[in-house]
Design a protein around this ligand. Sequence first.
Ligand SMILES: O=P(O)(O)O[C@H]1O[C@H](CO)[C@@H](O)[C@H]1O
Ligand SMILES: O=c1cc[nH]c(=O)[nH]1
Length: 294
Amino acid sequence: MASLGSSELILNPDGSIYHLNLLPEDISPIIITVGDPGRVSQVSQHFDSIEIQKTKREFVTHTGHYAGKRIMVLSTGIGTDNIDIVFNELDALANIDFQSRKIKDQKTQLNIIRVGTSGSIQTDIPVDSFLMSTSGIGFDGLLHFYESGHVRNEALEQTINDYLGWDRHNIHPYVADADPDLIDIFSSNRIRFGITGTNSGFYGPQGRSLRLQTKIPDFNEKLASFSYQDQRITNLEMETAAMYGLAKMLGHRSISLNVILANRPNKEFSKQGRQSIDALIQYTLEKIAQSQLV
Ligand SMILES: O=P(O)(O)O[C@H]1O[C@H](CO)[C@@H](O)[C@H]1O
Ligand SMILES: O=c1cc[nH]c(=O)[nH]1
């Protein structure tokens, strides 16, 4: 097997990976991702000890210990463009030998758990509730750049594309599912479930209009009216579908948990977002502590 060239696997002078600024020993197979760099310490403040703190651009990492488990929390910033960087570089840290620049024979599987925020498109999913994404519908296009057909949920993908008929707008979403083992670990009666729409923007791509007119005026309503095998599209955010697709292609496991900050049809926004996010962080850490994850 040929070595990966220095323009492909890019390492910093200290041997760390290009964007995340991490060495292979800095990571743990239990990884919490958050969008907001400020949310990293909101997670790690609950750790029993913090071993590593590193930062570059929007990528802040704290690795530490919680209830006897080594856990890392990493900020991804906003959007699936960053998710592409984060997942490829986390996988490189786990599964590429940085000395030989060759892919390791023995792979390490990572468990990547998003603790994020999102907007509900259903009237009955209130602000400050917790939602687990069983599938992600990617309007962002990232998976179209990879050989990803084998990991996508093609039945749901076909159904949603037939229903929307938005090929005329150059919009052809892909679909990828959550990892079933992580669904079991993080489920409880505190969690709502739904299909999450992931898009490449916060305003027009989520049907928001301040001064600019959107091209599809009933974007959110059309998504909210879709159903598939008793499941609905419940919420919109900017990372989940790409996380699910990339995790499956790379042989990792991923789950996305979100606090609902906005209820779009009810035109409400949480007045206690920080407390709700902290509650989801503590819920997630407890579920990790109780799990067999190592
Ligand atoms: O709070 P995070 O995790 O960043 O998630 C949501 O918030 C950001 C937009 O405000 C997007 O990243 C969206 O996915
Ligand atoms: O409406 C929302 C709220 C949070 N994050 C999003 O991406 N959209």
